[in-house]
Design a binder for this molecule. Structure first.
Ligand code: TXA
Ligand code: MG
Length: 342
């Protein structure tokens, strides 16, 4: 039987473009995580994305473009002057792991944006996705290619594991360089706001805009427009099925328990012996290595039938902000009840 995973070369990229133009879905690599792509102008194809993922219809999709020159394929132009003023100082970050929420145009069907008047757009830097977008005469709506609320895929095999049964083709572009989803920013007045921390550090954006990072990342609902929040950012998300505890581990591993450990740097030998499985993401605590390997490590440990996974933590600055955001969501359902609670 021919594998649905195909190395991304000219013929498979053309085949992907043909399948997409016929309304089919294709698994695609990006520099952040793998996506489940559909023609963003084809409402029926986009509806299938929601069905295949089991995604609530209220959670809109990101539209991927070949370049910022194709903004008119999804966005109402010209932009309001205030939004253009916020976009200009970050325009050089495209292509890259950054998504901006802008006013939507009428070519994008309601199903993509959950009937919002905004659309999230991004220009991926991955060479395969870039080539695919250049040969498609339409933009691509693509969420992460996992079942809704599960861990995002960072290899073609992860996509096959999660969604292979409903796809004819997954383009294999290797392991994703960043390994965490894009940073999402809204440019709506009164000022830009980070809706989802990601691989582009909030500190960099704050510097470009001359704003305080805390203001940019304020987790409270937006006073001027509470509906701005990225609806996909509910508490439990990106979650493995094994309970996840954020470290450092309190005391020794109890007798008879099988515990997996995700470490951000080398552990003393005496400590490693206690774990049924160890995933060492970086020798030195390098956060880009941690981000790159984190989702794959969660998936591997999740397959081992462990009682629990214990994972290191890091400071919530730079890339650490996105790493800790994903880990807190992944652990949201696993925290032991607070003292006094049953
Ligand atoms: O790195 C990424 O962004 C990956 C790759 C495949 O591009 N995509 C991705 O898509 O993470 P997804 O669907 O897993 O997450 C998209 C997020 C959701 O939290 C969604 O609510 C938010 O983007 N979003 C989409 N459109 C929006 C809009 N108009 N306003 C606010 N949030 C929006
Ligand atoms: Mg996702």
């Amino acid at each position: 039987m021919k594998s649905i995973i195909q190395p991304a070369r000219a013929p498979s990229i053309w085949r992907a473009a043909r399948l997409l133009s016929e309304g089919q879905l294709v698994g695609v690599p990006t520099e952040t995580v793998y996506g489940l792509a559909a023609n963003a102008w084809d409402a029926a194809a986009v509806s299938r994305v929601f069905a295949v993922k089991g995604r609530p219809a209220c959670n809109p999709l990101i539209v991927h473009l070949a370049s910022l020159d194709r903004l008119a394929d999804a966005v109402a132009l010209p932009l309001p002057p205030a939004q253009q003023r916020w976009l200009d100082p970050i325009a050089d970050l495209f292509p890259g792991p950054l998504t901006v929420v802008l006013p939507r145009n009428r070519r994008i069907p309601d199903v993509v944006t959950a009937a919002r008047d905004t659309v999230a757009v991004r220009v991926p830097a991955h060479p395969v996705m870039h080539r695919l977008l250049r040969v498609c005469p339409f933009p691509l709506a693509a969420p992460s290619a996992n079942k809704s609320a599960c861990v995002s895929p960072t290899t073609a095999e992860h996509v096959a594991e999660s969604l292979g049964f409903s796809l004819e083709l997954i383009l294999d572009g290797g392991a994703c360089a960043w390994g965490l989803e894009s940073t999402i920013v809204s440019l709506a007045p009164p000022q830009p706001r980070v809706l989802r921390p990601g691989s582009v550090a909030a500190e960099l954006l704050a510097e470009r805009w001359g704003l305080a990072v805390d203001l940019l990342c304020d987790p409270r609902p937006h006073a001027a427009a509470p509906s701005l929040e990225a609806p996909g950012m509910m508490a439990l998300h990106y979650a493995p099925s094994t309970p996840l505890q954020l470290g450092p581990p309190a005391g020794a591993v109890p007798e008879g328990q099988r515990v997996g450990r995700i470490a951000f740097q080398r552990l003393p030998a005496a400590e490693t012996a206690a774990y049924a499985a160890l995933e060492l993401l970086s020798q030195t605590g390098d956060l880009s290595e941690v981000a790159h390997g984190l989702f794959a490590a969660l998936r591997r440990l999740d397959r081992l039938g462990l009682d629990r996974i214990v994972c290191d933590t890091c400071e919530t600055t730079g890339l650490g902000r996105a790493i800790m955001d994903r880990l807190r969501r992944a652990a949201a359902d696993s925290q032991p009840p607070a003292q006094g609670e049953k």
